[in-house]
Design a binder for this molecule. Sequence first.
Ligand SMILES: Cc1cc2nc3c(=O)[nH]c(=O)nc-3n(C[C@H](O)[C@H](O)[C@H](O)COP(=O)(O)OP(=O)(O)OC[C@H]3O[C@@H](n4cnc5c(N)ncnc54)[C@H](O)[C@@H]3O)c2cc1C
Length: 413
Amino acid sequence: MTTPQSVVIVGAGQAGGWAAKTLRAEGFAGRITLVGDEPHPPHERPPLSKAVLAGASEPAVCDLFKAETLAELALDCIPAERATAIDRAARVVLTDRGRRLAYDRLVIATGSRVRRLAVPGADLPGVRYLRTIADALALRERLGAGARLLVVGGGWIGLEAAATARKRGATVTVLEAADRLCARAVPAEVSAFLARLHASHGVAIRLGAKLERFEPAAGGALQAVLADGTRIAADTVLVGVGIVPNVELAREAGLEVANGIVVDDQGRTSDPDVFAAGDVTDLPAARLGRRVRLESWQNAQDQAIVAAKAALGGDARYDPLPWFWSDQYDANIQMLGMPERWPAGIARGDPAGTSFSLFYLRGDRGPDGAAAIEAVVSINAPRELRAARRLIEQGRPVIPQALADPQTSLQKL
Ligand SMILES: Cc1cc2nc3c(=O)[nH]c(=O)nc-3n(C[C@H](O)[C@H](O)[C@H](O)COP(=O)(O)OP(=O)(O)OC[C@H]3O[C@@H](n4cnc5c(N)ncnc54)[C@H](O)[C@@H]3O)c2cc1C
């Protein structure tokens, strides 16, 4: 592999920013061009549904780098400009302002966009989404005391926004089509915890809700109409029904795309000079025994670091132990691992209470019932999750009774 002279990174979100930083950390002194279609420096998103939406922080809290650090990285940053095509034969990225960005290596970090609702009335001005800084600032304007917020989708974004809106004094209703909250991501006990948490803060939760349409109401408000005829009045609707990876640029350039841009464990695409990282990738996770697409802060950072090293010819490999967290009111929820299904968990602490962990063991058990931990979910128990991380990384078999017994120190296991 020849040493590159110039690297182009498309997408100035978290993965793009980390790729740029890693290139410099690895000693790359050539040209790094970071082109992103948002008007901001490289940034991350978790505060957008938390401190920024709450009004406790301004969007600068999302910046990945302080101004001095960004200057030291000596990037050619091109904000508010969209990459429109990749000419792989000529090794050039084309942009919507007519620029031609030549590369020896390309990193695609185009992330994902919100999935839009397709019901009648979904284009009314009160129907909002939350992905970008602009989205968060516009939504927060609408969430003052007494505002009526209707959240469509009881997943992470919807629930975090619901918690933040309650803090701002809005009344909140959450509609979820499934029979429990966050059903795709967490076991039933955690869904039940989330339902209790939100109910205790005055959020009305409707499970199994089938949204049919929105109708305009007086003063810019709207009414959501459910399949059973129920009508819910709201000033603002926040839709949080998932995301779609931004794969079009890669697909049109002829790169392999499946559930995202297909990459290997170094972030390399089907073109050896083109890498990809973050929400947009379909990646092999040996530890999980399958390919996955991860929509998380941890993945955006860690995969981008490996991809940038590989772009310079390094041999780092990426085998994620997926980690995800969410903050809602005073509750901290953390998950490690990503089972395809949730078998019966081993509870440490009371799952009907406010602080507990659930452990999920692998199928192959020793004679004493000991098995390696596959995943853990901790509610307000970050130390237990940290200890479990070490046990998972070491693949150490543990006896279920020891995990369940709060008197047994996980650190000592
Ligand atoms: C409100 C919110 C809260 C979140 N909270 C958490 C949390 O608590 N915990 C957690 O683990 N994860 C959280 N996440 C998820 C996490 O932020 C994402 O997984 C992460 O941002 C993915 O990073 P990325 O760089 O892959 O994509 P992005 O951050 O989406 O960055 C991609 C960038 O590329 C740009 N782009 C796309 N196409 C082009 C193009 N053709 N030309 C130029 N630029 C382009 C996009 O506009 C964007 O700026 C949250 C996400 C959101 C939206």
